[in-house]
Ligand binder design. Structure first.
Ligand code: ZN
Length: 241
């Protein structure tokens, strides 16, 4: 089975559509989304609508949490908070209700899907986690692979039952060891922070035991213009380049 994993679309409809087109071109059996479909970008409502139209199962991200419960807004830096306050006004009641129904984790096909960190945290960043916590998490995680987003960085943590080794990932296909467990960060569709401005997503092939990291170009200029036109923080437009 080929599973596409997308994360952190961040209301970037152009990047989202380009990734979906790429997924159609290469062919997969299933798509999962790791949350943060909204925030930063100019098209939160349309991005969630597209997610729903395609019936892509999704977990909740910290940005969804923030528009549903204002107490979570406090955890964001002032610029992200400003963009989230504008995002709330762009979302319909129906979309807010849909976001409120998202779970913190999904388990399917011996994989776990979560926004931040397993077992089910939308808030914890992979880079914050100590070696000891990684170890404890791998010991208690029943699934072999957990896919996360949240940091917008491509990373792989491999657990051999004794030590956890973290490495950066880039555009290529990785062969996974069937005897090892993994936490894999698939990066971001809509706001990459890994130094390359293409949209990122990954395809996990459960038969081949492989993970393909894909880079997808999209119309960055169009999105950057819309961010500025909608009065969202300019830094979110500049960051896309
Ligand atoms: Zn994010």
């Amino acid at each position: 089975m080929r599973i596409a994993i997308i994360s952190d679309v961040h209301a970037n409809l152009e990047a989202f559509k380009s990734v979906l087109t790429d997924i159609e071109t290469v062919g997969v059996d299933k798509i999962f989304c790791l949350g943060d479909t909204i925030g930063y970008g100019p098209n939160p409502e349309a991005s969630v609508t597209l997610l729903r139209d395609r019936a892509i199962p999704s977990v909740i991200g910290n940005h969804e949490k923030a528009v549903l419960d204002f107490r979570f807004l406090r955890g964001f830096n002032p610029v992200a908070r400003e963009s989230l306050q504008k995002t709330i006004k762009m979302l319909s009641e129906d979309t807010l209700r849909f976001l409120g129904g998202l779970d913190t984790s999904i388990v399917a096909h011996d994989c776990r899907f979560v926004h931040g960190f397993p077992l089910d945290s939308p808030m914890t960043y992979l880079f914050q986690v100590s070696e000891a916590k990684l170890r404890r998490t791998f010991v208690k995680m029943p699934e072999r692979c957990c896919f996360v987003g949240h940091t917008h960085l491509l990373e792989c943590v491999e657990w051999n039952g004794d030590i956890a080794v973290t490495s950066e990932m880039t555009r290529r296909t990785y062969r996974l060891n069937p005897d090892r467990a993994y936490i894999i960060n698939v990066g971001s569709v809509g706001q990459p922070r890994d130094g390359d401005n293409n949209a990122k997503y990954s395809i996990f092939d459960t038969d081949e035991n492989s993970l393909e990291v894909r880079f997808v170009p999209y119309d960055i200029a169009a999105v950057a213009e819309k961010i500025i036109a909608r009065g969202l923080p300019k830094s979110h437009a500049l960051r896309l380049w």
